[in-house]
Ligand binder design. Structure first.
Ligand code: 3HC
Ligand code: NAI
Length: 691
């Protein structure tokens, strides 16, 4: 046998063990020996039953994603599953860890599934821009019913063993020795004799389907798919499973899979899968990590409260510090309200809420931070205030504690100078709301110690964040590029585009909302204050703010909002204001198309990303993609700005930037040398940063 697949027969039960670390993906070097082993056992009279199990931390977590887009090596997973279904003795999958994608499809080829109680089972292919391609869309509905299967396949979210048992996907749940129980199950089933029905032949659950209700569910999902092809293909495949004979539905699933796997959206989403894992790797893999048990947060405002919740949700005790008892109480009240909303929505149990709130300790005394291992400052965005806070921290924090700032823009090197321990200082830039948003920019300052950085990168994962290490500059990676994306906004409006047209170009591209809607949501006063502090102006946005139009919170901004509504409505007053300002400035208005809006906003975004790489503020182009997808809603089907630059064509981007540079005279359009080199080489790798 190969080292990836081994077989042992004991008391008439054959155990086939797959061993392909780290996650037992079904790589070619697993599939071939697996196929051969099953073919042999099918005809081996000394095996009365077969158990498929995995070594290591998990059952098969799917097809090998690195093989997609390359020539397919036989046998494919489909052939293995088909072979399993020709075996006339009981076959049992023993599932621990995760049975995902092709892993669950392999298990669906077995007559039975026995799962460890902590196991999770799911078909997450949709997250890679795919649909299950090994029969999952045709077999899962036969066990759990079409509506449940559709929900699982379109969301990609796995379910726990207990739920799988209740739904009919697992036949037994084991608390204890999984393999021993799976062998016992297989042996007893073999002893009972009889015919074992393959999943492909189990049609009763499907026959119960209310097709009209199913189609209504599918239509609803289609509405939410925001330009992604995979969710629609998933729904189509499950529909086929209900309406077509098994083999025809299987063939149709295959055709859909082949189309998706070679498409740009799936390539983009696979890029992001590996990009997120790559971003988490910081230099110093073997460095000793610092111990983090208690976390201190300074400032219980919007961000401090959210960050505190993120840590409490991850099980960390938190000390929350404010300037006064009233401010502390206000902050805690907001946190309690947020948890209460989660309980009322059913996403959090009452018990979990109590347990999380029990992790909070409030204080107004810096001395109470002395037992914290990581202290994150989230006070006002003001250098003098930040420095004062870090000075106080220096006096009370224990040696080796990591001191972090949540600043959006300020110079972390300068903040570090207010302590005698700059090696322990770094930035942790969370995104709002911090308990929800996945992105965390970890800002590496000049003197940050590598072990402090590695500790925070590990910690980010423990609280469910996607971390990207970035260097110090104004706005780091995300906000700096956001400024570049928005630099032409006012010009576009003055030249004739309406806020509605700008936003529509963005939502048609796949963004959840456009820049004007985003401004209204975040509050236009934030940018206004920022501009004033930096001596900058924005002729239209400033006027809106002077008129008290701050966005949703005042019911008026770029749009109008009926009382209590978040739905933006076109406001003729704003359009008039824009026309008036254009007239005052002598700017002739004209029709502006969606293509122009995209070129003048997203090409500068990419150009700024190129500069960031050039300066070493980001280590890899793919890190920038991770920031934009997880922090700003860049459409996942386009893979992030730097990946999309490749799809769009870097040569074209450079040409168009040069065109706009000439036409407007503005430096934002000057192509960065690194972008030019990307256009020549077709690869960011050749030009990228390294922090
Ligand atoms: N193929 C190739 N490599 C994979 C992989 C896969 N399916 N799943 C994980 N890996 C790699 C990761 O890239 C990572 O590599 P690295 O250490 O070199 O960076 C390593 O395995 C460990 O992965 P994680 O860091 O993600 O480990 P976790 O323990 O946090 O998570 C997991 C484990 C839940 C299994 C997670 O890795 C995961 O969700 N994997 C993807 C599962 C998936 O999408 N399966 C479906 C694949 S598509 C398919 O099956 C098509 C079929 O229908 C035909
Ligand atoms: P906020 O105004 O909501 O909260 C700041 C809190 O800090 C207030 O509750 C205030 O009482 C408290 N505070 C001020 N000085 C203090 C001191 N010396 N000691 C203890 N507490 C003090 O501000 P917000 O929005 O939470 O921002 C905090 C930081 O996070 C800023 O640096 C901001 O730039 C950054 N940030 C903000 C984001 C946002 O979307 N609001 C996003 C990412 C970062």
């Amino acid at each position: 046998m190969s080292s990836s697949v081994s077989v042992a027969i004991e008391n008439g039960v054959a155990v086939v063990t797959i061993d392909n670390p780290p996650v037992n993906a079904l790589s070619f070097h697993v599939r071939r020996p697996l196929y051969e082993a099953l073919a042999t056992l099918r005809d081996d009279p000394s095996a009365r039953a077969i158990v498929i199990a995995c070594a290591g931390r998990t059952f098969v977590a799917g097809a090998d994603i690195t093989e997609f887009g390359k020539p397919v090596e036989q046998p494919e997973l489909r052939a293995i599953v088909a072979l399993l279904e020709t075996i006339a003795k009981p076959t049992v999958a023993a599932i621990h860890g995760t049975a995902l994608g092709g892993g669950l499809e392999l298990a669906l080829g077995c007559h039975f599934r026995v799962a460890d109680q902590g196991a999770r089972l799911g078909l997450p292919e949709v997250k890679l821009g795919l649909l299950p391609g090994g029969g999952g869309t045709v077999r899962l509905p036969r066990l759990v019913g079409a509506e449940k299967a559709l929900g699982m396949i379109v969301s990609g979210a796995p379910i726990l063993a207990g739920e799988a048992k209740a739904a009919g996907l697992a036949d037994a749940v084991v608390d204890g020795d999984l393999l021993a129980e799976a062998i016992r199950f297989a042996s007893e089933t073999a002893d009972q004799g009889g015919v074992f029905i393959a999943v492909r032949d189990r049609n009763d659950r499907l026959a119960e389907t209310d097709l009209a209700a199913f189609d209504a569910q599918a239509t609803d999902l289609a509405r939410k798919s925001r330009g992604l092809d995979a969710p629609l293909a998933c729904a189509e495949a499950v529909h086929n499973a209900i309406t077509l004979p098994f083999d025809e539905a299987l063939a149709a699933e295959r055709a859909l899979f082949v189309k998706l796997v070679s498409g740009d959206q799936s390539r983009a989403q696979r890029h992001l899968f590996f990009a997120e894992r790559e971003a988490a790797k910081v230099p110093g893999k073997d460095l000793q990590r610092r111990t983090i048990e208690r976390v201190g947060i300074i400032g219980a405002g919007t961000m401090g409260g959210g960050i505190a919740m993120a840590f409490a949700n991850g099980g960390f005790p938190v000390t929350l510090l404010e300037t006064s008892a009233e401010a502390l109480q206000r902050g805690m009240a907001m946190i309690e309200k947020n948890y209460a909303v989660s309980v009322s929505r059913g996403s959090l149990t009452e018990e979990a809420r109590e347990q999380r709130l029990g992790l909070f300790k409030g204080s107004t005394d810096y001395a109470d931070l002395a037992d914290c291992d990581l202290i994150i400052e989230a006070v006002f965005e003001d250098m003098a205030v930040k420095k004062e806070v870090f000075g106080k921290l220096d006096a009370v924090a224990r040696p080796g504690a990591i001191l972090a700032t949540n600043t959006s823009y300020l110079d972390v090197n300068e903040i570090a100078t207010s302590t005698a321990r700059p090696r322990d200082v770094l930035g942790t830039h969370f995104f709002s709301p911090a308990n929800v948003m996945k992105l965390l920019e970890i800002v590496r300052a000049e003197k940050t110690a590598p072990d402090a950085l590695a500790t925070v990168a590990d910690l980010a994962r423990r609280i469910g964040k996607v971390a990207v290490v970035v260097g110090v500059c104004h706005g780091f990676v995300g906000n700096r590029m956001l400024s570049a994306r928005g630099a032409e906004n006012e010009f576009l409006l003055l030249e004739g585009a309406t806020p509605g047209q700008v936003d529509k170009a963005f939502t048609d591209f796949g963004w959840p909302m456009g820049p004007c809607q985003m401004g209204d949501l975040a509050g236009l006063d934030i940018g206004w204050r920022n501009r004033k502090a930096r001596g900058l102006t924005a002729v239209i946005a400033d006027t809106l703010c002077e008129e008290g139009r701050f966005g949703q919170k005042t019911g008026r901004g770029w749009y109008r909002y009926e009382s209590g509504s978040r739905e933006p409505a076109t406001d003729p007053e704003v359009e008039k204001l824009i026309r008036t300002k254009a007239g005052e400035l002598g700017i002739a208005q004209r029709e502006i198309g969606a293509d122009e809006i995209i070129e003048r906003t997203l090409y500068p975004l990419i150009n700024e990303g190129a500069k960031i790489l050039q300066e070493g503020i980001a280590a890899r182009a793919s890190d920038i993609d991770v920031v934009w997808v997880n922090g700003y809603g860049f459409p996942i089907g386009k893979g992030g700005p730097m990946f999309w630059a490749g799809l769009e064509g870097a040569v074209r981007i450079v040409e168009r930037l040069e065109y706009w540079r000439q036409r407007t005279g503005r430096g934002i359009f000057e192509p960065a040398p690194v972008l030019r080199r990307f256009a020549e080489t077709g690869s960011w790798e050749a030009v990228g940063g390294a922090l």
